[in-house]
Design a protein around this ligand. Sequence first.
Ligand SMILES: NC(=O)c1ccc[n+]([C@@H]2O[C@H](COP(=O)([O-])OP(=O)(O)OC[C@H]3O[C@@H](n4cnc5c(N)ncnc54)[C@H](O)[C@@H]3O)[C@@H](O)[C@H]2O)c1
Length: 322
Amino acid sequence: MTTEKHTPSPGSVRRVACVGAGVIGGGWVAHFLARGYQVTAWDPAPDAEAKLRRLVDAAWPAVTELGLAEGASRDNLVLAPTLADAVADAEFVQESAPEDLALKRDLLARIDAATPPGVVISSSTSGYAMTEMQVDCAHPQRLVVGHPFNPPYLIPLVEVVGGERTEPWAVRWASEFFEVAGKSVITMDREVPGFIANRLQEAIWREALHMVANGEATVEQIDASITEGPGLRWPMFGPCLTFHLAGGEGGMAHMLDHFGPSLKSPWTRLEAPELTSELRDAMVRGCEEAADGRSTAELVADRDRAVIAVMRAVDEARKGRS
Ligand SMILES: NC(=O)c1ccc[n+]([C@@H]2O[C@H](COP(=O)([O-])OP(=O)(O)OC[C@H]3O[C@@H](n4cnc5c(N)ncnc54)[C@H](O)[C@@H]3O)[C@@H](O)[C@H]2O)c1
């Protein structure tokens, strides 16, 4: 990978800085500590240290259950007195300050000014494009979005994407670093507001709010419709491969040819795209790739095993409810 002169290799990183230590920043701190990193955090709130240590303590049983990396310890956390102190020695920086564009622009420029050259800086933003956040940075080439899911110490996904002024090496470096640090990475080629998973979540969320607002469904019905329904299938297969199986032996091709006209039905407030032959073929091809040579019967067996495992695990977890 072509990087800058001072960029450490992703696998050699030992020191990570977390700027902003609320719900997400604190979750990142817990994750990096559990993976054995030395973590320096900075947060301007007066009670930030006590809150952060409480969050890390609350997360520790879960990360311990998942398995700590060698040398992992809560003692490897240092609260820095200033932002400059937090990032001075960092080999990677994760920013998790409030979702406010002006604040992020200013903060990222200050982080950039104080972070050693060649070190990659990542933002946890839920929806801003890096292009709009990196405008005041002197070295915008090393800034990426690394969008996590709450809590970052449990949910593996990170969506990585650069801005117009980010250089490709920084996106590749961040993706590789997050993999080494135990995350599941989706590297995006282009900026899309909300990235991928938030767009999908948001579609369901907005529809849920519409249904409650219109008296069409209650909160309880909406939650049960997912936890007792499609939610059980999604841990194994995402929505595309799940619908591939809805087409039986004919897979996604049959599913689209059969149910394509339903796209015109008023089943959601979200407008359906035109089901062109290009879109149909892209879906069919994508599902074939995801199936990776498995027959329908093999996919059904995989799904069924997973649904049973998930149902049993959720039952167990419900029994232990506090
Ligand atoms: N909460 C989620 O589910 C979630 C999920 C993914 C991404 N995110 C993103 O993560 C970021 C942080 O969100 P959060 O939910 O942790 O918010 P939060 O309010 O819990 O935490 C924000 C923290 O930033 C600190 N802060 C305030 N001003 C700051 C500054 N100038 N510099 C550094 N720190 C500052 C606050 O003291 C606070 O501790 C946001 O960009 C948000 O969109 C949130």
